[in-house]
Design a protein around this ligand. Structure first.
Ligand code: 4AD
Ligand code: MG
Length: 429
């Protein structure tokens, strides 16, 4: 089977080809019907000329509707007026699935389009974004596989919270309480004791209270954990990984970036090493810019946006106050008010795309943090065990795939970085 993209080439001019796809647009003009056909690769204008086809093909062309599936045969021609420079002079048109009146024109409101998401994913915009996501995922896998990391498969049904209990989805597990995973981290930590360096790609779930431009209730989480790695080692992995993704998208998805009108200069300049600032410095920058914030406050989307104005590449923020970070982060021995944790923020207002840290590897210190944070040590018994049987210094991080796609593709909302987004109010298709 030939793809539309493959026949849009000078070597096909004058050749008879068969294409399969869906009707993207249709216009009738005098004795001609112009059908723009789409498949996963591209679109092409197909010209049906009443004087050149048999009556069956002409009546099919008259009857066919937008989004119908069909098989078209014809000769490839070069035509500077056709979109993309090539068109198909149709000799034969066969309807496979005649479409009813398609309920989307493209200018409908957000909620209407979410309600019709199963159909709206056919749009060229979402198609382009899904291709970029494919390449981001491919690059992520390739980066780890080429650098000696083991891919593992942690569970989604879990017994304890990794991040805040406030954002946990509870499920009825055969009459007992269980939770949908917020992060594979705790399980990845167990796995480094046998595989040293591990990574996983899983869905993560967050019962986020508010609907924002960058929060989903279900997202794809790329996580890594490694024995013997310290803070600097892990930040190096993060910047290499992110740049590997950016480079791969620039190499393989330029057409899609252009279609989305992405300014690629920022991406081209996103070469590591990335700047690092401490939380203290971030607070100083924010205060100097008139933001009302004091030491100890968490950085929300608004604060992050202001900080991103200072940088043209992704950048790290490190050493956050322990109160605003998770219980498992190791306290800085030089200043135990802060943790050995880091976030990577994407520029241009996007903000956090990665969160990571050194993990507390002492049994006593970890138990103390669990109690301090008001968590139940019983629930973390197995996790504490890891510090009893051959504890090892280690670090890890989690990268939000949709956040990363959002930045690379230049999207203004996270919803389009996933085909079937989940938000608070209700589940759409
Ligand atoms: O910063 P977070 O909460 O860190 C963790 O879950 C760690 N346990 C990861 C680890 O160290 N293994 O989440 C990591 C990343 C964030 O930086 C963000 O990119 C993404 O996951 N993320 C979300 N993406 C979309 N919607 C949400 N509600 C998200 N919450 C976090
Ligand atoms: Mg975070």
């Amino acid at each position: 089977m030939l793809s539309i993209r493959s026949v849009k080439s000078d070597s096909f001019i004058g050749k008879c080809v068969e294409l399969r796809g869906w009707v993207y647009r249709k216009v009738s003009l005098g004795g001609k019907i112009f059908i723009v056909l789409r498949d996963s690769s591209d679109i092409i204008q197909c010209v049906v000329d009443e004087s050149k086809v048999n009556s069956r093909t002409w009546s099919n062309a008259e009857k066919i509707t937008r989004e119908s599936s069909c098989i078209v045969r014809g000769v490839v021609k070069s035509d500077p007026r056709a979109p993309g420079g090539y068109e198909l002079q149709v000799s034969d048109l066969e309807i496979v699935g005649l479409s009813e009146w398609f309920p989307i024109r493209g200018n409908e409101g957000v909620d209407y389009l979410l309600d019709h998401r199963h159909l709206w994913i056919r749009s060229r915009r979402l198609q382009a974004i899904m291709k970029i996501k494919h390449t981001v995922l491919e690059a992520g896998r390739e980066y780890f596989n080429r650098n000696g990391w083991w891919e593992v498969t942690p569970p989604i049904l879990t017994s304890s919270a990794c991040e805040s209990g406030a954002t946990q989805f509870e499920v009825n597990y055969f009459g007992q309480k269980a939770y949908l995973s917020q992060s594979a981290q705790l399980y990845l930590e167990a796995l480094i004791y046998t595989l040293d360096k591990v990574w996983s790609l899983t869905p993560s779930f967050r019962a986020e209270k508010s609907r924002t431009r960058r929060h989903l209730a279900e997202y794809w989480h790329l996580e890594a954990e490694a024995a013997w790695y310290g803070m600097e080692d892990m930040m190096k992995v993060v910047e290499e990984l992110v740049y590997y993704m950016v480079e791969r998208v620039l190499r393989d998805r330029m057409d899609e970036l252009k279609f989305l009108k992405r300014d690629t200069r920022i991406l081209e300049n996103a070469k590591p090493p990335y700047p690092k600032i401490t939380y203290d410095e971030a607070i100083e920058i924010l205060q100097s810019k008139g933001v009302n914030i004091k030491w100890g406050d968490d950085l929300g989307a608004d604060e992050e946006r202001v900080l991103t104005e200072e940088f043209e590449t992704p950048f790290f923020i490190t050493h956050f106050p322990k109160e605003i970070k998770a219980f498992y982060m190791k306290l800085d021995p030089k200043n135990p008010r802060v943790v050995l944790g880091f976030d990577l923020l994407a520029p241009e207002g996007y903000g956090e795309i990665v969160g990571g840290s050194v993990r507390e590897d002492s049994y006593d210190a970890l138990l103390k943090r669990i109690i301090e944070m008001g968590l139940n040590p019983e629930e973390y018994k197995w996790y504490l065990d890891l510090r009893r049987y051959g504890s090892v210094p280690h670090s890890g991080f989690g990268l939000g795939i949709e956040r990363t796609v959002m930045w690379i593709a230049g999207l203004d909302h996270i919803r389009d970085a996933i085909p079937f987004p989940r938000f608070r109010e209700r589940i759409y298709p």
